[in-house]
Design a protein. Structure first.
Length: 144
C-alpha cells in the first residue's frame, strides 16, 4: 500500500521518475527531501548513510527498505504531506543525481544516523561517540 502510494505520487511528478526505476527514484526523492539546501558533500553524505545502513546488520538489506522503514526519515512518515510541499528546481534534481553517482563510487560511510541540528536536538543523539557536521546536518556513529 505504502509503496503504491509513493509510486502514484512519483508518477504525478513525472519529471522526477528516473527510467521507471523505483529504487533510483526513491533515492533521489530521499536526497531532495533529506538534504534540501545542502552542499554537494551534504547530499553525498545522506546517500552514503543510506548505503551504510544497507550494509549494517541492524537495518534492512535493501535501499528501498531502509528509506521506507518506519520513523527513519521524516519525509516518509507523512508521505502525502511531504510530496505536497516538495518543491525542487532542475538544479536540485541534477545535483541529487550527481551526488548519487559520486556516493555510489565512494561507497557507504560509517555514519548510520544524522539529524538537522538547526531544527532538532534529539535525545537519542547523545548515545553516539563520534559526530561529524556537514552543512546543516550532524552525522553520528559509535554508540557509547
Amino acid at each position: 500500500m505504502f509503496k503504491s502510494l509513493i509510486i502514484s505520487l512519483i508518477v504525478s511528478s513525472s519529471s522526477l521518475c528516473l527510467a521507471d526505476d523505483f529504487t533510483a527514484t526513491l533515492e533521489v526523492l530521499n536526497c531532495l527531501q533529506e538534504a534540501r539546501g545542502e552542499s554537494l558533500e551534504g547530499k553525498i553524505a545522506v546517500y552514503r548513510t543510506v548505503y551504510g545502513r544497507v550494509e549494517s546488520k541492524r537495518y534492512p538489506s535493501s535501499i528501498e527498505a531502509v528509506i521506507l522503514a518506519p520513523k527513519q526519515f521524516s519525509w516518509t512518515n507523512d508521505i502525502t504531506y511531504s510530496m505536497d510541499v516538495l518543491t525542487y528546481t532542475e538544479k536540485d534534481l541534477i545535483e541529487c543525481v550527481k551526488a548519487k553517482e559520486i556516493a555510489q563510487k565512494r561507497g557507504p560511510n560509517k555514519f548510520l544516523h544524522y539529524y538537522a541540528h538547526n531544527l532538532v536536538e534529539p535525545v537519542w543523539a547523545n548515545k553516539y561517540t563520534e559526530k561529524k557536521i556537514i552543512g546543516n546536518h550532524t552525522f553520528l556513529k559509535g554508540v557509547k
